[in-house]
Design a protein around this ligand. Structure first.
Ligand SMILES: NC(=O)C1=CN([C@@H]2O[C@H](COP(=O)(O)OP(=O)(O)OC[C@H]3O[C@@H](n4cnc5c(N)ncnc54)[C@H](OP(=O)(O)O)[C@@H]3O)[C@@H](O)[C@H]2O)C=CC1
Ligand SMILES: O=C(O)C1=N[C@H](C(=O)O)C[C@H](O)C1
Length: 247
């Protein structure tokens, strides 16, 4: 049995993770911790799962590394600086695993990989992410990661990350923001869960790669996969693709 502690346990994702862990025959839910709760139960966990808030996740992760508890992190906000900080905590010979994934949905991972694969074949690329209005951060972690992958693929092919844009007059925000040079736009709309379109355009044709998470259950197989394997991956691992055999 793997003993699991969930941080953010009363949140949208944390509650779903608690349910999935309870239903898994090889996992035991030993701690359900939300903001303000007593954290002593966390010491019983082999693996801590964090779906909290970008402002608090680093403190949680530091505690886990210092206390020898493996971590599976879905909370967003991980830029290169944060990842470097985590690597520093882990040191050169890590004894725990830290697994960070901007998106635990299998279809979302495929969408990101397909987008990066397609990106060098088009003149232009822009990303539109669409989420429920309760989301704390923008753009989404998924959009940021997609933009980084797309940008790297285009640069490796000798292209600009975005493509041409003659706009010289615009209201603030009208052209979105840029992540690694790629334009990214964020929509917040009641009724949505988590969605993203990668728009690619060339001469006389476009390609749209769209992913929809219609239910938070979509993230659970990926979360449980990471919980089961994080102890086999000491040090920092980023992205669910590291645990999938995608050929
Ligand atoms: N990687 C992935 O596949 C996915 C990632 N996410 C990410 O997960 C994060 C959480 O999303 P979501 O569940 O929708 O957010 P919610 O706001 O619904 O849940 C977060 C919960 O964490 C609690 N919390 C805040 N700080 C702490 C802390 N230090 N210790 C314990 N609990 C804490 C919050 O309490 P309070 O409200 O009182 O502050 C809240 O109950 C976001 O960053 C989101 O982007 C979401 C979906 C999928
Ligand atoms: O906050 C959410 O809901 C989600 N957050 C992650 C992100 O920011 O990419 C993953 C998914 O999009 C749902």
């Amino acid at each position: 049995m793997i003993a699991v502690g969930v941080l953010g346990s009363r949140g949208r994702m944390g509650a779903e993770v608690c349910r999935a862990v309870r239903e898994a025959p090889d996992l035991e839910l030993v701690a359900e911790i939300d903001a303000g709760d007593d954290r002593s139960g966390l010491a019983k966990a082999d693996v801590l799962v964090d779906f909290t808030h970008p402002d608090t996740v680093m403190d949680n992760l530091r505690w886990a590394v210092e206390n020898g508890v493996h971590s599976v992190v879905g909370t967003t906000g991980f830029d290169d600086d944060r990842l470097a900080t985590v690597r520093g905590w882990l040191g050169p010979d890590p004894s725990v695993g830290v697994f960070v994934a901007p998106n635990f949905g299998i279809a979302a991972v495929l969408m990101m990989l397909f987008a990066a694969r397609a990106a060098p074949y088009f003149e232009s690329v822009e990303i539109v992410e669409l989420h429920h209005p309760g989301k704390a951060d923008a753009p989404s972690g998924t959009a940021r990661r997609t933009a980084e992958l797309v940008s790297a693929a285009r640069r490796a092919a000798g292209q600009d990350p975005a493509g041409p844009d003659a706009t010289t007059s615009a209201l603030d925000g009208a052209r979105g923001t840029r992540v690694a040079g790629v334009p990214v736009h964020a929509v917040r709309l009641g009724g949505l869960v988590a969605h993203q379109e990668v728009l690619l355009g060339g001469s006389g044709e476009t390609l749209t790669i769209r992913h929809d998470s219609l239910d938070r259950a979509s993230f659970m197989p990926g979360v449980l996969l990471a919980v089961r394997h994080v102890a086999d991956h000491l040090g920092l691992t980023v992205g669910l693709e590291a645990l999938l055999d995608l050929g």
